[in-house]
Write a protein that binds this ligand. Structure first.
Ligand SMILES: C[S@@+](CC[C@H](N)C(=O)[O-])C[C@H]1O[C@@H](n2cnc3c(N)ncnc32)[C@H](O)[C@@H]1O
Length: 460
């Protein structure tokens, strides 16, 4: 192709910045349209299957091309106007331009393809579980902050593929009770005079604003994540927020001074109120802290918990809840009559899991152990009737898979937030190990994003 003019600029006739016409035939796992150009896969954000577009190819990475859409030549019938006006730019959601029914279809299809391609899994997933609530579902947000040279405070998620904040006053996927706080909190932080770090660099001040709401009780926790511990006037401001918003039960200052993608640092100080909120999950009481893992879509996670209870063997035996967090699944399992051993690496989560067991008078049926699953699992497997694993995106460590293969349990439930690592692990557990896949059930935990949660149930 010869050079083309774009925005008045002459572009070189080389692969990079080449203009091409592409027909999109699929969606990638991260929500980008996928087509072909010059016998290579080309990934283009914001395009849907069935759409043809003029694109600019910007990068070639590992034999695939990455492009941006210059002009869409037709619209998919499944395209819609995104509910959020920032959707085109904000990196928080990648599928707002696809109607919700088509999102569900696409997630099930992608799950099936990934499991077949990577895991050799022959089973079709069951229908994806959705409660239809595609907006207002997230009970938690951790929002990056910045200050312009003129002193204006900006808050928002990063623009797709960059570290530039898309300034927002509202985020439609957030629970409206915390969404309503974004704008007034931004105003308060702007007038505070506190400086803000840039791209997690420096030790000047604020980095993130974290909000968490209890789906059932409505209690709210506000956390300021900062690289320095002294924010002048912060206690008075926090007390004022508690008076102004009765549902806010605590304001916490978390110190994170490492230039790291780990959002929360190790030290938290209460500025006003308390550093935990009261929640319910499956009808049980929970104390949840500002930085513990707790499922962000409460009703959908409760639907998973019910499915887990249905798929466990009859009550009375020992269930190991590996990667148990603060006990969100351990406690409903114990309440159903099982004994539970929870394993979790974060000390603070284990402390809350114990406290939550006591809160519900379940401490006699629950034991919680702090440490890596890989270090503790094999010691207890011989006694277990079932194991639930709910690992982070990277899936199960090789030695965790090996322990489960060497000492098979009658029932293994695997809750996964990443189809690719689930596929790899299922392959090991079923091909090298003694397990049979009994059920694959996806759940729509994160509408308008490309993420999907899947429960796999295996027997040996
Ligand atoms: C996806 S969350 C699941 C938590 C819990 N099942 C729930 O639903 O609330 C994964 C949890 O695993 C913990 N974790 C990560 N790596 C771990 C490891 N190697 N050993 C034990 N726990 C780990 C994290 O701290 C986090 O609480």
């Amino acid at each position: 192709m010869t050079g083309e003019r774009l925005n008045g600029l002459s572009l070189p006739a080389c692969a990079m910045h080449q203009i091409a016409e592409v027909m999109v035939t699929g969606l990638s796992h991260d929500g980008r349209g996928v087509g072909r150009h010059d016998d290579k896969a080309v990934f283009v954000p914001d395009l849907l299957p069935g759409e043809r577009a003029r694109v600019r190819i910007d990068r070639a990475v590992g034999g695939v091309l990455q492009a941006v859409c210059l002009e869409r030549l037709n619209d998919s019938p499944q395209r819609r106007r995104p509910p959020c006006i920032l959707a085109e730019h904000c990196g928080g959601c990648s599928l707002q331009h696809l109607n919700h029914a088509a999102q569900l279809q696409s997630k099930t299809g992608l799950l099936e393809q990934t499991l077949t391609r990577i895991g050799g899994v022959g089973m079709l997933p069951e229908a994806i579980h959705s409660n239809g609530a595609e907006l207002g579902y997230r009970n938690r947000a951790v929002i990056p902050l910045e200050r312009t040279p003129e002193g204006v405070l900006r808050a928002g998620y990063y623009r797709k593929g960059s570290h530039r904040i898309v300034n927002m006053n509202q985020c439609l996927v957030l629970d409206p009770r915390i969404d309503a706080l974004i704008e007034p909190l931004k105003e308060a932080l702007e007038t505070s005079g506190w400086s803000v770090d840039r791209h997690l660099e420096g030790a000047g001040g604020l980095r993130h604003l974290a909000l968490r709401v209890s789906h059932h009780s409505g209690e709210i926790l506000i956390t300021l994540i900062s690289s320095r511990s002294d924010l002048p006037g912060s206690q008075a401001m926090a007390e004022h927020w508690l008076e102004r918003w009765p549902s806010v039960v605590g304001v916490v200052l978390n110190q994170q001074d490492k230039p790291s993608n780990t959002l929360f640092g190790p030290t938290s100080t209460v500025l006003a109120g308390r550093d935990w909120l009261r929640d319910q999950f499956c009808g049980l009481d929970f104390a949840v802290g500002c930085d513990n893992f707790f499922q962000v879509n409460t009703p959908q996670a409760e639907a998973v918990a019910l499915q887990i209870l249905e798929d466990l063997p009859s009550a009375g035996g020992l269930v190991i809840d590996a990667y148990c967090g603060i006990g969100a699944f351990s406690l409903p399992i114990a309440a159903a009559g099982h004994r539970v051993l929870g394993l979790e690496v974060q000390q603070a989560s284990i402390a809350l899991a114990r406290r939550n067991a006591a809160l519900n008078h379940l401490e006699e049926r629950c034991t919680f152990v702090a440490g890596a699953v890989a270090d503790h699992l094999s010691t207890h497997l011989a006694m277990a009737t079932a194991v639930l694993v709910d690992p982070p995106r990277k899936g199960l460590d090789r030695n965790v898979r090996n322990s489960l293969i060497e000492q098979p349990v009658p029932r293994l439930l695997y809750l996964s937030c990443d189809p690719a690592t689930l596929a790899r692990d299922l392959k090991d557990l079923t091909a090298q190990g003694p397990y049979r896949l009994e059920r694959l059930k996806p759940f729509d935990f994160f509408p308008n994003t490309s993420h999907v949660e899947t429960l796999a149930v295996l027997s040996s």
